[in-house]
Ligand binder design. Structure first.
Ligand code: 5AD
Ligand code: SF4
Length: 444
């Protein structure tokens, strides 16, 4: 039996695309291996949001040349966001002559044919600039096999692409314009998942708040949440990512009022200075962001807020950066993903004249991480002694593992029979990122 090694980089969209790729490969009779040396097919599902992971791909691929020399039938493929960029694609073709197969994010369903051609000795390159949508709401992934990596929690795409064009971001160029799936398709998928025993769904989109805006029918993200909340047997609904610009009062009401919608909001702020935010084309000021946070917290006091922050955006002064630090102190995010600005070819910000020197960016990110780590630690310590609803999701070798509604991992003792159940756990101990507790009440 032929084996594949699949490496996934980047965001949850890519994680979910890889679940489809895995489903397709298994349906073709391949088996998965975790050992790259054992593979007959090595496939990288790549990310292009920043430069570092891209460099890693080149590094790894260079190493696989030796594997291919030892095993000439070995096929090496690259897919995902990196290949959607024309220049990068040409670079791969030139610098990695042993790569046999290149496809993009809009033609994953073509993998069986493309792979067959590569197996026949052809160097296959097929990347589409846009997904093959003939009608609104259509999704070419609809009937593809999916091999999900978890049996209780599932990713569900609701909207593809992004049309925000933040000036630093490559996503709108590689993932295309916003394209929502039809509500019926999403509901059918989630109902099917619940029938198969799934308890939790995470709704995915670069900007879930824009859901439905591109459809001619009258719908919205909050309406979709309301419909999903009514599905019997479904325990929890999560979603990511929200753009502050499109987060309206209806979504705040949904967070507050719908019992299955979990109290966690990932709300990327990117910067604390209004001047920088404007140059980023984010569509909100510092004050508007803070105001939004206040409204969300007023409606849902227990909400966990997480964010993304970029340091060293072109033209960011020490004063601007201080505003990022003060915003972080003011909001007190539960956690934050912090990034050094990475110029992406083809985006407006890459052409801005006032790029920040690397040393300055590094020094700033250290200061930011230090501050956020302190705040994150205070948040997690503050949970000791509280009671939390936990979905039992797995085992850790000794006991059970689950997550709180605010998406914190908790370890606790208990019987395997609790798997998939909601239990109440009293938190007894907090580490850096995870909690320990004891079950005080299994619920029905
Ligand atoms: N440089 C650094 N970080 C970036 N992000 C997106 N583009 C860039 C870039 N060019 C970050 C943003 C976004 C997250 C997914 O990645 O913070 O929210
Ligand atoms: Fe990129 Fe901005 Fe779209 Fe997010 S909202 S994917 S940061 S362009």
């Amino acid at each position: 039996m032929k084996k594949f090694f699949l490496k996934t980089m980047g965001c949850q969209m890519n994680d979910h695309d890889s679940e489809v790729i895995r489903g397709l490969l298994l349906s073709l009779g391949y088996a998965e291996t975790e050992e790259v040396e054992e593979a007959d097919l090595i496939l990288y599902n790549t990310c292009c949001v920043r430069e570092n992971p891209e460099r890693k791909v080149y590094g790894h691929m260079a190493g696989y040349k030796r594997l291919k020399e030892a095993k000439p039938h070995l096929l090496i493929g690259i897919c995902g966001c990196m290949t959607q960029q024309k220049e990068e694609r040409q670079n791969i073709l030139r610098e990695l002559p042993h790569v046999d197969l290149i496809f993009g994010t809009h033609n994953i369903h073509r993998l069986p044919e493309l792979l067959a051609r590569a197996e026949g000795g052809e160097r296959v390159v097929e990347v589409w600039d846009e997904a093959p949508y003939e009608e609104e709401g259509q999704d070419f992934r609809e009937n593809l096999p999916v091999e999900r990596s978890h049996r209780l929690k599932a990713f569900v795409n609701i909207i593809y692409g992004c049309t925000n064009f933040c000036t630093y971001c490559i996503v709108p160029y590689v993932r295309g314009k916003e394209h929502s799936r039809l509500p019926e398709s999403i509901l059918t998928e989630v109902e099917g998942l619940v029938e198969a025993g799934y308890k939790e769904v995470t709704l995915l989109g670069q900007n879930v708040n824009a859901y439905g805006k591109d459809l001619s029918i009258d719908t919205s993200f909050s309406q979709l949440l309301t419909e999903l909340n009514a599905i019997e047997g479904l325990a929890r609904i999560r979603f990511t990512t929200s753009h502050p610009r499109d987060l309206g009062p209806d979504l705040i009401d949904a967070l507050a009022g719908l019992d299955k919608v979990c109290e966690h909001l990932h709300l990327p702020v990117q910067a604390g200075s209004s001047r920088v935010l404007r140059r980023m084309n984010r569509g909100y000021t510092r004050e508007q962001y803070l105001d939004l946070v206040q409204k969300v917290r007023q409606a849902v006091p227990e909400i966990a807020l997480t964010t993304d922050i970029i340091v060293g955006f072109p033209g960011e002064t020490e004063g601007d950066f201080q505003e990022t630090l003060s915003l972080v102190e003011e909001v007190r995010f539960d956690s934050a993903f912090t990034f050094i600005y990475s110029p992406r070819e083809g985006t407006p910000a890459a052409r801005f004249a006032d790029q920040v020197p690397e040393e300055v960016k590094k020094e700033r990110i250290y200061r930011l991480i230090e501050l956020q780590n302190k705040i994150s630690a205070e948040h997690i310590q503050g949970l000791v002694g509280t009671k939390q609803e936990v979905l039992v999701e797995g085992t850790d070798g000794q006991g059970l593992v689950g997550r709180t509604r605010t998406n914190r991992q908790v370890h606790f003792a208990g019987s395997q029979e609790l798997m998939g159940e909601l239990v109440t756990v009293e938190i007894t101990e907090a580490g850096t990122w995870t909690l320990r507790g004891r079950v005080v009440q299994p619920q029905a």
